[in-house]
Design a protein around this ligand. Sequence first.
Ligand code: FES
Length: 110
Amino acid sequence: MRSLQGLKVTVWRAYSTAKSAPVIAAKHPFKVQLKSGKLYPWCSCGHSKKQPFCDGSHRKAAPDLAPLRFTLTEDKEAWLCGCKQTKTPPYCDGTHKQSYVQECTQEPNQ
Ligand code: FES
């Protein structure tokens, strides 16, 4: 477990060890209101229909990827990554502004 800006990450699987690559679910982040102590499953595969959170789609679409489960120590408004390319998951780090994300024509779940 690691702690970063009031964030407790309880499960993390690095992209570099996974065979599946995440798909770009959205070309923008999602603004969300997060509650202290609640466990949130951030979608890391991009296949979920409930972005930015997991709906279990990774089990079929990308079984070697798993959601990033996290809790916060305080209530917080946050921008969670929708492109699944961030280096600071689950938060947006601006990577979605890169041309390889904005010009991507790949559709999730295909
Ligand atoms: S939405 Fe992924 S880095 Fe901003």
